[in-house]
Design a protein around this ligand. Sequence first.
Ligand code: SF4
Length: 432
Amino acid sequence: MDKTSRRESLEAQVASFPAKPGVYLFKDAKGRVLYVGKADVLRDRVRAYFGPTLEVRHIRMVERAERLEYVLTDSISEAFLLESNLIKQHHPRYNIRLKDDKSYPYVKVTFGEDFPRILRTRTLGDRSARYFGPFANAKSVDQSLDLLQKLFPYRTCKLNIVAADDGRGRTVPPSALPGGRPCLLFHLKRCTAPCVGNTTRDEYRETVEKSVLFLEGRYEALARDTKKEMQQASDALAYERAATLRDRLVAIERTLDRQEVHAYKGDDFDVHAAAVDEGDAVVQVFRVRDGTVVSRDHFSLEGSEGALAPDVLASFLRQHYAVAAAVPPEIVVPLPIPEVEAFEAFATERRGGPVRILVPQRGKKRHLADLAERNAKDALEQERVRWMADRGKTDTALRELADAVGLEGPPKRIECYDVSHVQGTSVVSSMV
Ligand code: SF4
């Protein structure tokens, strides 16, 4: 099909689109998804792609498209969610999308168990569990969990430990741990060993609740409670327990001191800022809980050629909050983003309570938004150095391979054939 007739065909397809909310897909001649978008009024939105004012990347996308499809949704919020899922599934070339979006880690607290575990996971979906995240990398999650387990010992084993029905909440060691001996974690003081009935269900769960407060960043409340408990233990001459609580208090206060910014008394909000340069983009995220910046993460994006920071930020927010374990009541950004009302409605539905986007002009939140922006620029520069080094490494390896096997230049494509057989019969082979 030539360029003109392809465009006419697309425009004819748009004419049959309904004036309802939903998600639209641009596909190429081979059926590959080039772009996924969402719209309150499908027909009007998709028609705009054939108007005079288009971004360069959208002009290119329309030039390659052959087919248009849509999926109706009940609301624009549902369309946001579906758009995000389809981007994750198809990785459309012309969408701004998260890099490595399949692998972002979460922290999971398995509240469905009598003696909950706290672990790193990459999948959501257990309704009885509580999740935190997503976080940008597994290493920082492991470091946090390492500290957490030292402060609030919890089990990580897969034993099925149930509370006995003796009315006193004792555990049932015989069914849980043959031999009745706890593992090394108990001796390292990283688990209170419910497997051998060393703790009651209520005591154990109280500690897990404290871990959750720590994960939420409620450091000040935790420090207050720990101080009180320490005093009580000391008054009761329980010196060993008082010493354990003292060590815990010191670690919590140290964590609190490490947070550079804690001047937003009582506020819960997230701050996002984007840096974009030559098709690469990074979004910096600060999570502020109880007035303290409790985590800083940056996420890399791809597909942002020709896009501006507000578009990158808007795309990121949709994808991030579609999978975020928690949505705060306020989201701070350094500059206005497109379709803010639709996004607020979507985030409000996800949270189950009002969410607003704030673009502060002055004050502490403006300072934090600016700080996030500077961090995003810095992270982008560092990422680019890393990406270039990776590319450099690949180029060097390919040149060395070419020398080793006597090729004229580095190979552009490498095919490997794997052949298997059963004593010379039933031959099967595949190319990778
Ligand atoms: S001490 Fe017992 S409950 Fe704790 S991790 Fe080891 S086996 Fe599991």
